[in-house]
Design a protein around this ligand. Structure first.
Ligand SMILES: *[C@@H]1O[C@H](CO)[C@@H](O)[C@H](O)[C@H]1NC(C)=O
Length: 177
């Protein structure tokens, strides 16, 4: 199914939630379609076949709390403009092909509860500064090509219950029962 089926839906400017998961939609995310959604809170585009990179327009959705792009074939890099999504609580990019460094700007998303970047092709050796992510409960970076160690600032994450991380050997922590 082509992404053009989304066009009429995205014209509803007061749209708050959109779940188009598992619809066999193929092609690039039609970024320009999202610019008028000024009260948008939740976008679930998981289990489709979106490709290309994440369009910059998605980073203008300042009200967005949940972005789930899991299980697509999205590539490219993740822009530092992600910092514009100041209300983001869940960023789920599970199973895609996103490469390059994890933008340090992610560390400024103070409302994040879930950050799932596994598995992708993120690389880099600079540890992510997470000291501002005090609401984070799930932090999953496993199955990437990261070569940094667990950042020291992890001790600031008082709400963290699940951490998947990998450095030479797989480390899996599940703090709470
Ligand atoms: C994305 O998918 C569409 C539709 O299947 C295809 O025409 C296009 O070539 C693909 N683009 C990339 C970058 O893979």
């Amino acid at each position: 199914m082509s992404t053009s089926i989304l066009r009429p839906v995205l014209c509803i400017s007061y749209l708050v939630t959109l779940d188009i998961s598992s619809n066999f939609i193929q092609g690039q995310i039609p970024g320009d379609g999202f610019v008028s959604l000024t009260s948008f809170i939740s976008l679930d585009m998981s289990d489709d076949s979106f490709n290309g990179s994440i369009p910059p327009e998605l980073f203008s959705l300042k009200t967005l709390q949940r972005l789930d792009l899991s299980r697509n074939v999205i590539g490219g890099t993740l822009s530092g403009d992600i910092k514009e999504l100041k209300n983001l609580q869940e960023l789920i990019l599970y199973e895609n092909f996103i490469e390059g460094e994890i933008p340090p700007e992610i560390g400024s998303l103070a409302k994040l509860r879930t950050l799932t970047l596994r598995p992708n092709m993120f690389s880099g050796s600079k540890p992510l500064s997470v000291s501002q992510l005090t609401k984070l409960e799930t932090f999953d970076l496993q199955n990437n090509s990261l070569s940094f160690e667990i950042p020291d600032s992890i001790e600031k994450l008082v709400n963290l219950s699940t951490l998947f991380f990998e450095h030479e050997q797989v480390i899996w922590w599940n703090f709470r029962i």
